[in-house]
Design a binder for this molecule. Structure first.
Ligand SMILES: Cc1cc2nc3c(=O)[nH]c(=O)nc-3n(C[C@H](O)[C@H](O)[C@H](O)COP(=O)(O)O)c2cc1C
Length: 332
């Protein structure tokens, strides 16, 4: 049985794939309740921690071991020393020191990140990626924390360097890797290339391996597991507004039918995520930030178009509650 450091699972772990703007501590707790084994935080700049301390990034790194179960903080950067220092600061903080896993982002395609040589830019500098992992493993092992890496299958169709990067980071001590089946050039378009994930998996048969990309139900989960022989799966966009996806996948993988949550359950869960987020970051910011999340909770329901517009105009929790109460019966 493969492990992530000392962490082992008696089942195939399903994790919430980190998503900037969506992976709040509240949402991660909800996903855990719905069956997600763990949920890395969204990416946080190691450099920013070095220069500004933990304060500025704390909101994005905040963990809640009680509601989340296993916890994982994701860092990005391009300087091994930044990772050493960031891990030290995290490990000396009262709350953050409780984190179970440190993950390194080597897949972010966003120009702002890539321009700094971080995220998926590391696919083009495998040696540096290895140095970053060596430094992070050295720092994190002092605190007994495994280091994992999340990346993509390659930079573009002509530079399928995911396999080289994964081989290198595993050699340098990564305890697990997650591979998203798209190149950096593909961003989030087209379909995830499961076959290429499988080829990369073959190169590191002894390392705990997560497959990622377009997994949203039992069928896509079983297909990804069968083709890639991965140890676990990460689910991103499929969980936005649908945290039940973890329970659904688990049940469907076991051949059981999943009964979709009712309209009332969906509205209640939306409110729960909103209220939880508001209690941590304040109502105004929470409602604003959840404008991109709320419509997903009622996606596909008849009558949702009008409600979505209203939700996106709301600026307080009670307004959202009022809209949902009024519209609940219109949604089918
Ligand atoms: C809005 C958004 C934000 C994301 N932010 C991150 C991030 O912070 N760190 C990361 O490793 N991946 C990030 N990703 C990539 C996802 O974790 C995942 O790899 C990708 O969406 C493919 O999986 P999916 O098809 O299940 O969504 C992000 C994706 C989206 C759509």
């Amino acid at each position: 049985m493969r492990k992530i450091g000392n962490i082992s699972f008696d089942h195939i772990p399903l994790c919430l794939s980190p998503m900037a703007g969506f992976s709040s501590v509240t949402f991660r707790g909800i996903c855990h309740e719905m069956g997600a084994d763990y949920s890395p935080t969204e990416l946080v700049s190691a450099r920013s921690i070095v220069y500004n301390g933990l304060g500025k990034s704390f909101r994005y790194m905040e963990i809640d071991p009680e509601s989340e179960g296993l916890t994982c903080i994701q860092l990005f950067g391009n300087d091994p020393d930044d990772f050493t220092e960031a891990v030290k600061q995290i490990s000396n903080d009262d709350l953050l020191s409780k984190v179970d896993i440190i993950d390194i982002n080597m897949g972010c395609p966003v120009p702002k990140v890539v321009k700094t040589g971080a995220g998926s830019a590391l696919l083009n500098d495998v040696a540096l990626a290895g140095k970053i992992v060596s430094a992070t493993v050295k720092a994190a092992s002092e605190y007994g924390k495994p280091v994992t890496v999340k990346t993509r299958i390659g930079w573009d169709d002509r530079h399928m360097n995911g396999k080289d990067l994964v081989t290198e980071v595993c050699e340098k001590g990564a305890a697990a890797v997650c591979v998203h089946g798209r190149t950096r050039a593909a961003m989030y378009g087209g379909e995830a290339d499961i076959e290429e994930i499988a080829r990369i998996r073959e190169a590191v048969p002894d390392t705990f391996f997560f497959a990622n990309g377009d997994i949203k139900d039992g069928k896509s989960a079983l297909r990804a597991l069968e083709i890639t022989k991965a140890d676990g799966l990460m689910i991103g966009r499929g969980a936005v507004g649908d945290p039940w996806v973890f329970r659904r996948i688990r049940q469907e993988m076991n051949g059981n039918e999943f009964v979709m949550p009712s309209v009332g359950d969906r509205c209640d869960m939306l409110l729960r995520e909103l209220e939880g987020t508001a209690s941590r970051i304040g109502e105004v910011t929470a409602v604003k930030e959840m404008r991109s999340v709320m419509p997903h909770y009622i996606k596909g329901l008849r009558g949702s178009a009008k409600v979505k517009v209203e939700l996106c105009r709301a600026s307080t929790v009670s307004e959202v509650r009022g809209i949902l109460e009024r519209c609940r019966t219109d949604l089918i």
